[in-house]
Ligand binder design. Structure first.
Ligand code: NOJ
Length: 732
């Protein structure tokens, strides 16, 4: 269809009062943006300069119902816009679902659950009148295992993060809510995040940190949040390279860039280098205002062109039109509305299917044990109240999410002990509890139990809160509250120990694994409000575990080759983060990226590879996300997975590519495909991996293009990044 016709079609859809979700999705893309921009241009013509300044400047900290607010512009029927955290639910809501964090969603490797989660999130945003939901998180990517906010994102790999970004953005926007991809870019730690520079080389920037944002732009994300840090010496929110050259030109981003809260440092440089909206509009004292009247003066004085101010507004308006928020009927802002519906079902499913079984000598699944014991302060709800710590800034009681602006209130909380007690009552199992982390007296509680379930945690969050000496980033990768000693004490008098770990990221498990009597380790991750229910589902085999790690669990913290940096971070590890580093440096992880056990077994067979890939650069016309041909499927790989065990289960076959030797030094293997197959005993299914041109490309720093290298690509399909079951080749 000719582009013009598509533009007309998209414009017609956007103008009609009620478009369906399917129509809106079909209308998304370059044509939809073109239509939205032409509507924006028409509205802009009716705005005064003061209206324009108001549109791009937040009303000031703590001056409106949401964490970010702009003023209404009555002449064009533009409402007061509400921007609200965050990536796992509506912050400060009292009738909202506490969805699972991004890291848990990614650990399911289940596109349907990821999509459903985001769709429900979008519905809750809409129901509370939130126009812009401040998520999903595509960075921190998690190059530093201690990184405080890694859990808000989707794991230490750009490919799975990118897929999760795309699915989440499409789902949020399908219900008429603007998504926000954050934090752009290279904001990998909390320490000094507001002063440090992330100095990242061009190839690493493209292949790791920009990658998920390309997915976000390709998914037509409405807005992007520039981060607190500097990139290569210049603040991210006034960085011409990051905002104008990469995001808007190279990726063809049509929406707007909003500052992280108080991440703006200048009036003119921010405006001229690509920032489009400032939040919250003042500093946190409400005093220092960099846009508002200042921007007005700069425009009048010619330091900022009028056309730049117009461009900011057009982008903001276009995003508003794109998702159909102009159509009326948008619910009034009411953060306290009850919008939970049946969304807890998704929380339970993600909590359960994102749980990773790390070790099992056969003790699991449990079957009507006579007696169980439950141990640890993290097995019960925080005695002070499930929402007693501001922004979840404490580590007391069962853990469901990390702390900071990306946390929400729990509507209810089912802790491990709550759910285990319910199950024990139904089974006639005797249950005992030791609800502290002290080793005193624990041995009496656990002795004679068929299963002694010890719950340990590790927590992290955003740097404005320090919890037990951890200023956002973790000080170490050990279990908190003497978790190792607690497990050892339990194992002294019980040889049926099941360790459950709830954590924001990798924990060194060597002590626990070396303790005789530890028979199973269940990685519960961050299961939010359905913590205990999800755990019972797994422990009792209601569902076979099917989660897989989205980061590496090393044998020691030093094995990662990265850590929190004081001062500027030169990203010396380059492309070699997480499993890319363990593979390259030939370090044996304890549990590799992509690892996870099941109660059944799967075989892999019948690898097929077909390819039309040609070596050379991508040259297509730029669409949202970059050159159009980067996004075309150029090769398809299939494999047959069979459930050969006795129970139903789900396997996550993963495809890793090895670039040909003609490419410059590259990670030995990179994730480039995955699928989740739910299979009954004896059943087989086919996993299909579509490889896009970008999946075969590296960033050629000299040509400044994505290039498919000539030669043989290694294709590895397996059950984890190290459990490779099938190998083959494809040529370009
Ligand atoms: C700062 C955080 O970095 C960002 O993620 C959040 O959206 C804003 N604060 C608003 O709370």
């Amino acid at each position: 269809m000719a582009l013009q016709k598509l533009v007309l079609l998209a414009a017609a859809m956007l103008a009609r009062a009620e478009t369906t979700i399917e129509e809106r999705q079909a209308a998304a893309g370059p044509e939809a943006w073109a239509a939205a921009h032409s509507q924006a241009a028409a509205a802009l013509a009716r705005m005064s300069q003061q209206d324009k300044i108001n549109m791009v400047t937040g009303v000031g900290w703590d001056k409106g119902p949401c964490v970010g607010n702009t003023s209404p512009i009555n002449s064009i029927g533009y409402p007061q816009i509400c921007l609200q955290d965050g990536p796992l639910g509506i912050r400060f809501g009292t009738g909202v679902t506490a969805f699972t964090p991004g890291i848990q969603a990614a650990s399911t490797w289940d596109i349907e659950l990821i999509r459903q989660r985001a769709r429900y999130l979008g519905e809750e945003a809409r129901g509370t009148g939130v126009h812009v939901l401040l998520g999903p998180v595509g960075g921190a990517l998690g190059k530093i295992p201690h990184g405080g906010r890694n859990w808000e994102g989707f794991g230490a790999d750009p490919y799975i993060t990118g897929i999760a970004m795309k699915e989440s953005i499409e789902a949020i926007q399908s219900v008429g809510v603007q998504a926000n991809a954050k934090h752009y870019i290279a904001n990998e730690q909390e320490l000094n995040r507001e002063t440090m520079s992330s100095n990242v080389d061009d190839r690493t920037l493209h292949e790791l940190y920009l990658w998920p944002f390309a997915d976000a732009v390709h998914a037509n994300v409405a807005s992007v949040m520039c981060s607190y840090n500097k990139l290569n010496g210049t603040w991210a929110c006034e960085n011409d390279k990051a905002l104008n050259q990469l995001l808007k030109k190279e990726l063809g981003f049509q929406g707007y860039v909003v500052s992280d809260w108080n991440a703006q440092h200048s009036t003119n440089a921010a405006a001229n280098n690509g920032m489009d909206m400032t939040m919250p509009g003042s500093d946190f004292n409400g005093r220092n205002i960099l846009w508002g009247p200042q921007l007005n003066n700069a425009v009048n004085g010619g330091q900022v062109q009028r056309s730049r101010l117009d461009d900011m507004c057009k982008r903001i308006l276009a995003a508003w039109y794109l998702v159909g928020q102009n159509k009326g009927g948008y619910p009034a802002i009411n953060i306290r509305a009850n919008v939970q519906d049946n969304h807890k079902e998704n929380v339970r499913a993600v909590a359960r299917d994102g749980t990773v079984l790390l070790k099992n000598d056969g003790i699991l699944p449990l079957s009507k044990p006579k007696k169980i014991a439950v141990v640890g302060s993290h097995s019960v709800v925080n005695p002070k109240g499930m929402n007693s710590c501001v922004d979840k800034g404490c580590n007391e009681g069962a853990l469901g999410m990390g702390w900071g602006s990306g946390s929400v209130n729990y509507p209810y909380f089912v802790a491990p002990y709550d759910a285990l007690r319910t199950r024990a009552q139904a089974d006639g199992t005797q249950i005992s509890l030791h609800s502290s982390d002290s080793t005193n007296g624990v041995q009496n509680v656990v002795s004679g139990a068929d299963a002694a379930i010890v719950v340990v945690t590790a927590n992290s969050g955003e740097g404005y809160i320090t919890v037990e000496g951890n200023a956002g980033d973790r000080n170490n990768l050990d279990p908190w509250h003497n978790g190792n000693q607690l497990v050892q004490a339990v194992a002294q008098s019980n040889k049926n120990v099941i360790v459950v770990v709830h954590s924001t990221g990798p924990v060194i498990l060597e002590t626990i694994l070396n303790t005789p009597g530890v028979r199973a380790v269940v990685w519960g991750g961050l299961p939010s409000q359905e913590n205990g229910n999800a755990l019972v589902d797994i422990l009792y085999g209601l569902v076979s575990p099917s989660g897989k790690l989205v980061y590496t669990i090393g044998k020691s913290a030093s094995d990662y080759g990265t850590s929190v940096i004081r001062g500027d971070d030169n990203f010396r590890e380059g492309l070699f983060i997480d499993y890319r580093h363990f593979d390259q440096a030939r370090i044996e992880p304890r549990f590799e990226f992509g690892f996870g056990l099941s109660y059944t077994n799967f075989t892999f067979s019948d690898l097929t590879i077909s390819s039309t890939a040609t070596a050379g650069p991508a040259k297509g016309q730029t669409i949202p996300g970059g050159p159009a041909d980067l996004w075309e499927t150029v090769a398809t790989v299939t494999a047959v997975i069979k459930n050969t065990g006795a129970v139903a289960g789900a396997e996550v076959p993963q495809l890793y590519l090895t670039l040909p030797s003609s490419a410059p030094a590259s990670p030995p293997k990179q994730l480039r495909g995955f699928a989740k197959l739910k299979l009954a005993p004896g059943e087989s299914g086919t996993a299909t991996f579509n490889l896009r041109r970008r999946d075969l490309s590296f960033w050629d720093t000299r040509a400044q293009q994505w290039v498919v290298p000539a030669g043989d690509f290694g294709v590895s399909v397996g059950a984890s990044s190290r459990d490779i079951r099938l190998t083959g080749m494809l040529k370009a």
